[in-house]
Design a protein around this ligand. Structure first.
Ligand SMILES: Nc1ncnc2c1ncn2[C@@H]1O[C@H](COP(=O)(O)OP(=O)(O)OP(=O)(O)O)[C@@H](O)[C@H]1O
Length: 584
């Protein structure tokens, strides 16, 4: 139960509703317990009439009518309070589920990129849905059923003992066996359902990946292979489900068997006691009803135990992530406005998860108002430079400075909000184009959105769509071309109007004319900003104030376009090659 203590703060938050629920549960049970007593009384009245103890039929009819009305009344009240009980306790569990999901989601968002590299998306999703669901079963149904059982047991068993102690012992003897059996079954059910769950996760991940990569699957014509892989996975999943169904199938027969044994004992022992004149006939009827009333709650003890165990295991998995601290910490709380001067000082960086040294002794400096271009072969470390400036990873002491201060001594929120980052793979949300651009500035006006789109040379394309800026992208909307996506992503960075603009090879899918147009627009808007453009194309780099050439994480050349063309080396070769390609 240690892990589940995490929920105590939520129980405290909803204590009013919870206490109300518990009181109502007790009241509901007490009302439902009155029924058997009045059924027993009614049977006794009829018995007395048959025996001749009562001779007036009118008295019998009157007694029966009163009893029926009381039974009806208490049943209606019990039903009403049961309704209130579910309203109170189950609603609390839904509130806790909501709060817990939000807490986990907020924590996910706090965590750094490295966390996402180490954990699979399916696992993250499972913990926020499946695990939370199991925990909810503890916060709601487990608490509700436990209260019901305890109340029922205390009231019913004390009353039964008071009425007929020996008969009570016989009647409840099979119940502990039932409870233990249900518990054992629940443990097996739990084990098997965990396996079923794992297969479900695998199936979901496989399906999700197949649909995301459907273009590749179709292009390579491997539908039949993916089909058979899916069938194999689905077959194993089905087998695991059947294994589970087999144990679940035992549950009710076992309950019926033990109820049957209890009923037989009541009839046999009770019958004997009635013959001996120790109890009246009504008590046997009453006891039969009580035994049947007790069976389900007692079976539930086993079920609840296993439910709590599952919730504990799920909460443990949730806590693992909740306790995780982001590897990138914001160490500064006061505001640190950013001007945009960037200095790399002999910076060497190794990715912690792969041990790949992506940058070696890199030194350069860019001032506000300047544009730096980074060129180099693929895998040479260009994107890594941009990731470090965005502080997606940390570097050792003072190797990376912004405004002459170690980046770690700047407020992380200020650093991130001063950066407009256009990644290599433009990611657009399944939302309207307008909202995708406004992602960079939530309260932007329509005019600002249009101005940013114009700067990114994508306005004309958007106007061409029948729904213009309202066009929905993604799964249920249209698909933009690679170049259009890149430009919407650029507009998103421009609208933010940040101090630092980082473009990671984001003009690769646009034609050279549009590239030129965008670069000219960028020159206009980036007068006092620091701009870094990563590119494979000389055309994107040539107007930059400084150009650095990377090879295997090291700077092998640097200077202006003219400087670099005057020297033999990578840059000049690349220029010649691209010039040739253009002429061809
Ligand atoms: N998140 C990461 N975790 C571990 N290693 C990484 C990560 N990102 C990049 N690397 C490695 O670091 C090296 C530099 O990668 P980087 O993405 O910076 O190159 P790049 O010059 O931007 O390449 P490209 O032009 O293909 O985008 C590569 O060897 C790459 O495998």
């Amino acid at each position: 139960m240690k892990e589940l203590q995490h929920l105590n703060r939520y129980f405290l938050k909803y204590k009013g509703r919870l206490i109300f629920g518990l009181v109502i549960t007790i009241i509901a049970r007490i009302f439902s317990l009155l029924t058997p007593k009045f059924v027993g009384d009614s049977v006794n009245v009829v018995e007395k009439y048959i025996n001749g103890e009562i001779t007036d039929l009118a008295i019998v009819e009157y007694e029966l009518l009163i009893n029926i009305l009381i039974i009806l009344g208490t049943t209606l009240l019990a039903a009403f309070f049961t309704f209130l009980m579910r309203q109170a306790i189950i609603v609390v569990s839904r509130h806790i589920e909501f709060d817990l999901k939000n807490e986990i989601f907020q924590q996910y968002e706090r965590l750094s990129l490295s966390f996402y590299k180490q954990n699979r998306t399916g696992d993250l999703m499972n913990r926020i849905s499946e695990d939370v669901n199991k925990v909810r079963m503890y916060a709601g149904p487990a608490i509700m059923y436990s209260t019901t059982t305890i109340t029922l047991f205390i009231v019913v068993v004390s009353y039964m003992f008071y009425t007929a102690p020996i008969l009570t012992l016989y009647a409840i003897a099979p119940l502990p066996i039932l409870s233990v059996a249900v518990y054992k079954l629940s443990v097996i059910i739990h084990k098997r359902s965990t396996i079923v769950q794992q297969y479900l996760s695998k199936l979901t991940s496989y399906t999700q990946e197949s649909f995301s990569g459907i273009a590749v699957i179709k292009a390579y014509g491997i539908e039949s292979r993916t089909n058979s892989d899916f069938t194999d996975l689905a077959r194993t999943s089905k087998e695991k489900n059947i294994d589970l169904a087999k144990v679940q199938a035992l549950f009710f027969p076992l309950m019926m068997l033990l109820i049957g044994v209890s009923n037989l004992l009541v009839i046999y022992i009770g019958g004997n006691q009635f013959i001996d004149g120790k109890i009246d006939f009504g008590t046997i009827v009453e006891f039969l009803i009580y035994v049947n009333m007790l069976t389900w709650p007692v079976a539930i003890v086993g079920w609840v135990t296993s439910m709590v165990q599952q919730a504990e295991a799920s909460q443990k998995r949730i806590n693992e992530f909740l306790k995780e601290e982001p590897s990138i910490q914001n160490l500064v709380t006061e505001a640190t406005p950013i001007q945009g001067k960037i200095d790399f000082k002999n910076l060497t960086f190794t990715y912690p998860d792969t041990n790949i040294t992506a940058l070696k002794n890199v030194s350069f400096s860019v001032n506000p108002g300047e544009t730096l271009a980074i060129v180099g072969n693929t895998g040479s470390g260009k994107s890594t430079i941009l990731e470090l400036i965005s502080r997606l990873y940390d570097v050792d002491e003072s190797q990376l400075q912004i405004d002459n201060t170690n980046i770690r001594q700047l407020n992380l929120n200020d650093v991130r909000s001063s950066i407009g980052y256009v990644p290599q793979d433009a990611f657009l949300f399944s939302d309207s184009i307008k909202n995708n651009i406004k992602f960079g500035k939530e309260n932007a006006s329509d005019e600002e959105v249009i101005a940013a789109a114009k700067m990114a040379s994508v306005h004309k394309n958007i106007k061409g769509f029948s729904k213009g800026y309202g066009t929905v992208l993604g799964e249920r909307g249209i698909t933009l071309s690679g170049g259009q996506k890149q430009r919407v992503s650029i507009a998103r960075a421009i609208i933010k109007d940040p101090q630092i603009l980082l473009f990671d090879d984001c003009l690769s899918a646009v034609d050279t004319e549009t590239e030129e147009e965008i670069l000219q627009n960028l020159q206009k808007i980036s007068k006092n900003k620091t701009t870094i453009i990563v590119s494979h194309r000389i055309s994107s780099a040539k107007n930059a104030d400084k150009i650095i050439v990377l090879e295997e994480g090291e700077i092998i050349q640097q200077g202006t376009h003219t400087d670099l063309l005057s020297k033999e080396g990578y840059y000049k070769e690349l220029y010649a090659k691209q010039l040739l390609e253009k002429e061809m």
